[in-house]
Design a protein around this ligand. Structure first.
Ligand code: FES
Length: 241
């Protein structure tokens, strides 16, 4: 694999040609916020929090999502300009305005990635009108609950179910603010015949949208790190007879 050279925050760095900008940025000690990205899953580029500035040399700068943009020879990238900080705050506010993210009554309060990212971006109020649609909860599964009100449509659950568990129970139905995560052919989770009840979707969900039954406010903690352990074991053929 050939080596390329690019500039990140005025520092010349080298990378492999098959790497994404996000990988290169992280590898060289820079941090950009992410939500839909999770190590071990394919990229979707849906949350846009990881956007970076890519000046074209003629006074314009494109905003690109680092997780889905391949690193290219000669690129000049900035990860923390004033413009980026403002856009990331705006994106976070739109997330918070779209559904119901009242942390005080959420099972993930204190352990939620959305909450952490909002705090780290300095978002302490929302400038937009709250949509707060009254969405249903699906508690039909014997062990887990789906609360659409907390969902940010990052699709980590869809990807882990398809790419790691191989069940493809979850999918996305609808467009824009009408988009919903659905089980099988839009049926209740408890009646899904493809769901193996493995709980991987629950563990990778960054918010309180997917949780275990029987827990209350602030009790739900997730361990998405299991993914690395599984993928590593599979790569080493650890569980093959
Ligand atoms: Fe890149 Fe969400 S992490 S768009």
């Amino acid at each position: 694999m050939s080596v390329i050279t690019l500039t990140i925050n005025d520092e010349l760095v080298s990378a492999r040609q098959d790497q994404s900008l996000l990988e290169v940025i992280k590898e060289h000690g820079n941090h950009v916020p992410t939500l839909c990205h999770l190590e071990g899953l394919s990229e979707r580029g849906s949350c846009r929090l990881c956007m970076v500035e890519w000046p074209d040399g003629r006074g314009n700068a494109r905003l690109v999502a680092a997780c889905v943009t391949p690193a290219q020879e000669g690129m000049v990238i900035y990860t923390h300009t004033e413009r980026l900080v403002k856009y990331r705050q705006m994106i976070m506010e739109l997330f918070l305005a779209e559904r119901n993210h009242v942390c005080a009554v959420c099972v993930m309060n204190g352990h939620c990635e959305l909450q952490w990212q909002a705090a780290s971006l300095g978002v302490d109020h929302v400038r937009y009108d709250y949509l707060h649609p009254d969405l249903p909860m699906d508690a039909s599964h014997e062990r887990f609950v789906l609360d659409h009100n907390r969902c940010i449509l990052c699709t980590r659950c869809v990807r882990v179910c398809d790419e790691v568990e191989g069940a493809h129970t979850w999918d996305v139905m609808g467009r824009g603010v009408e988009s919903r995560i659905i089980a099988d052919l839009n049926q209740t989770w408890g009646t899904s015949q493809s769901c193996t009840s493995c709980g991987k979707c629950v563990q990778v969900c960054p918010t309180g949208a997917l949780s275990k039954k029987g827990i209350t406010v602030a009790e739900m903690e997730k361990k998405p790190g299991f993914l690395g352990w599984i993928l590593n074991g599979r790569e080493k053929k650890q569980w093959e007879w």
